[in-house]
Design a protein. Structure first.
Lengths: 580, 183
């Protein structure tokens, strides 16, 4: 049934059940919001109406109505722009600011903060109210996420993301009234909880209450230390998002400019995580074939995503034998930099610093996992910074990013294929693995390398791919809630698969917690995904096992894929953890 | 736990109770009430235990416990005294009464005596206005408490009936260290 109403004297008809906010948007009237966030594709809908910033006047109603959570009714008369509504909104923001640190200039979220933009848009010029200010300890316990509850506006987007979308449930509103704050269970440090460090809470936090651990200064220090040989590697998803930090359209491919910028920043070698991705495929496809031929446990689960790894360690400790033992691509590139590359070019591995540029916050935590190194003093990767942090470094260095001429990655760990590029989006890892597994199993060339059934933004994708005599049952999921659904089906025996790809972030790495903020515009993710596939098509080689530099690595150094040396350097193990 | 084999493990009793419920996740508040009855309070470890048993995040349990003032995360005394702060009691001097009890017990409202015998809280009107000012101890009403001596007598009576065994049982619930180091 349709509903007829008027908003600002414009008549309109909308479906029953729609909110005033959504109805207004159909006629291009924008009502400001703050706590509200509806990311339909991610199944995230936060409309708790706690901030009251979206208030409007409804004829016949005594008080102002929050537009985000007030459904329309027949004959409703709404006014969004009356003096009372506009002043009401400004008052709400002033009240929020009365209990908010006024340290915008030094806040890491400066110029990217929803609260700040809102205050600017609503013309808040002074904060009339002097009230009590919250004083909470800042949680710096984790190696990935910093929590500053003093900047929390209790919008609870993080809680909705963590509970409803990721089903991790780390956060809850604790206490009541003014003292309410979003906390972890028992106020434990984040490090001691089941947090996966996926960083999706950071991606949706409107203020600086949740931020990545900033490691930019550590990188500067390494770059300016003449005794260090600093290698940088960049993940596939970074090159399709970095441009957004410099005002370029979402989905602009900036691979060449990014490499040029990294050289100007002073990195000794600019390598590509995609080389590591091609090596991952060599190992993972071999592992899959090995499991099939030796009656090993199926399905094989991808293990590139550190947030997903931490998720299954906490939530499904009885399934630790099914994920692939492959390290993630940036760890592979890190260890190869400090072994193969160091050996070939006669560099002391102890003098090498490997910096990873990742779309991801969990990679910071992953790099610090003690098992991911050749020994305690030689971690595979030393420092991880996000796409956002790189963008800040480029600004700090005064580089005109959009004026840079394209440059190429360094040899040999900068060579990559189209298969490695698609790692950056949901469905990509399994697509890359199939391109290789198909040719290895059938010994025939694969003509069409694009597996359309594995692409797209559906939360759970399933496909049966015939390879030779065998039908491969594949599942692809992104978002940890979807991953949970699939794993529960495996546990109960309801579903059987041969291989499953799981990425923790909605959309895959392109939607990572370390990417430029989407501010609720999910179309940005689609643009990045399209750019990933465009970059794949532009590559002369699109199958990992055809990467000549990778083949040389196996020939000269590693030996057989999934062999002894490969196990020593390129594979890892998992740990059972308790659910908090 | 207590060496006395006649006293059943409270965790077992809690699990039995949860198992007897047809709906579990939906009855979190009921379960927390029951657990507080068994343990005297809701330490982190008990909350964590409930979260595991119901397969819900511990943060959710913690959020609920922190919201309702009936739930306490600190150990409570064997006897809980509540001073009525309702209008009738207030005008008849319940504020003074509260201060007097605080000084006699040597604790502030919301705290528990060192010997774990008494906890002191306040409540809104309990409907015994005719006896104002009143306190309740373990739900039993003591009215017209207007002089120091009467107040002393109320607490002396409970003190003389104290059973040391029950105290040691309550204080034997280990705190969350166990949970903290789980990762």
């Amino acid at each position: 049934m349709d509903i007829q109403l008027t908003i600002n004297e414009i008549s309109l008809t909308v479906p029953d059940g729609m909110s005033i906010l959504d109805a207004a948007r159909t006629i291009d009237i924008d009502i400001p919001t703050l706590c509200y966030l509806n990311l339909h594709e991610m199944r995230l809908n936060n409309h708790i109406a706690s901030c009251r910033v979206c208030v409007v006047e409804v004829e016949g109603r005594r008080n102002l109505a929050p537009a985000c959570s007030t459904p329309v009714f027949n004959g409703m008369v709404v006014k969004t722009d009356t003096l009372r509504a506009v002043q009401g909104r400004r008052t709400m923001v002033e009240l929020l600011l009365s209990d908010h640190p006024k340290s915008c200039l030094t806040c890491p979220k400066n110029l990217d903060c929803d609260l700040q933009s809102l205050a600017a848009d609503l013309g808040v010029r002074n904060i009339t109210y002097e009230g009590e200010e919250s004083e909470f300890a800042i949680d710096k316990s984790s190696l990935a996420i910093i929590r500053d509850p003093n900047k929390c506006i209790r919008c609870r987007r993080c809680e909705t993301m963590c509970n409803d979308v990721q089903t991790v449930g780390v956060y809850s509103a604790v206490g009541r009234g003014f003292e309410t704050v979003v906390k972890t269970a028992f106020d434990l440090p984040l490090h001691d909880t089941s947090c996966t460090f996926c960083g999706q809470c950071v991606a949706v936090c409107p203020t600086g209450a949740l931020m990545e651990l900033d490691q930019v200064d550590k990188v500067w220090k390494a770059l300016h230390d003449p005794t260090r040989y600093v290698i940088v590697e960049t993940a596939p998803a970074v090159r399709v998002a970095l441009g957004e930090g410099f005002g370029l359209e979402p989905g602009t491919i900036v691979t060449g400019k990014m490499v040029a910028a990294l050289r100007r920043l002073g990195f000794d070698r600019v390598f590509d995580t995609e080389f590591g991705a091609d090596v991952t495929i060599m190992e993972e496809a071999t592992e899959l074939i090995h499991r099939i031929e030796h009656g090993g446990r199926l399905p094989i689960l991808t293990s590139c995503c550190p947030a997903w790894v931490k998720f299954f360690e906490h939530q499904f400790p009885d399934l630790l034998d099914i994920p692939s033992t492959c390290k993630s691509p940036h760890e592979m590139l890190g260890v190869l930099s400090k072994s193969y590359y160091a050996e070939t070019y006669g560099i002391d591995p102890q003098k090498i610093t490997v910096v990873s540029i990742m779309p991801c916050i969990a990679k910071k935590y992953e790099a610090a996992r003690p098992e991911l190194g050749q020994d305690p003093v030689t971690p595979d990767v030393d420092i991880v910074i996000t796409t956002r942090e790189l963008s800040r470094m480029i600004r700090e260095a005064g580089i005109h990013f959009d004026h840079l001429k394209d440059e190429d990655f360094d040899h040999p760990l900068g060579e990559s294929t189209g298969a490695a590029v698609v790692f950056g989006t949901t469905g990509g890892v399994i697509e890359a693995a199939l391109r290789t597994a198909y040719e290895w199993l059938t010994e025939k060339p694969l003509e069409n390398v694009e597996f359309e059934s594995l692409r797209g933004m559906d939360g759970i994708k399933e496909a049966v791919i015939p390879i030779g005599e065998r039908d491969f049952r594949i599942a692809v999921t992104h978002g940890l809630g979807n991953a949970r659904t699939i794993l529960e089906k495996i546990q109960s025996g309801e579903r059987h698969y041969d291989a499953i790809e799981i990425m923790a972030c909605p959309g895959g790495c392109i939607g990572g917690g370390g990417q430029p903020y989407h501010h609720g515009n999910i179309e940005i993710l689609q643009a990045r995904a399209n750019a990933i596939y465009q970059e794949d098509r532009s590559k002369p080689v699109r199958k990992s096992h055809k990467n000549s530099a990778v083949l040389k690595l196996y020939n000269d150094f590693i030996g057989e894929p999934y062999g002894e040396k490969a196990h020593q350097l390129l594979h890892t193990s998992f740990t059972k953890r308790r659910k908090i | 736990m207590s060496n006395n084999s006649l006293i059943k493990d409270p965790y077992q009793l809690l699990d039995d109770y949860i198992d007897s419920l047809p709906y579990k996740k939906e009855n979190l508040i009921l379960i927390l009430h029951h657990a507080q009855g068994l343990f005297g309070y809701l330490p982190d470890k008990v909350q964590w235990h409930i979260a595991q048993k119901l397969d819900i995040p511990s943060a959710k349990v913690y959020g609920v416990v922190s919201f309702y003032s009936f739930f306490t995360m600190k150990p409570r005394g064997q006897h809980v005294a509540n001073v009525c702060m309702g209008t009738a009691c207030f005008v008849r001097g319940s504020e003074k009464l509260q201060q007097e009890i605080e000084s006699q017990l040597g604790i502030k409202t919301g705290q528990t005596t060192e010997d774990h015998l008494f906890s002191l809280d306040s409540v809104r009107c309990i409907g015994a206005c005719g006896l104002a000012p009143v306190i309740t101890v373990d739900g039993k009403v003591h009215g017209r408490l207007e002089n120091t001596e009467d107040i002393k007598q109320v607490f002396a009576k409970y003190r003389s009936e104290a059973t040391p065994d029950a105290q040691s049982e309550i204080s034997s619930v280990e705190p969350i260290q166990d949970v903290k180091h789980a990762t």
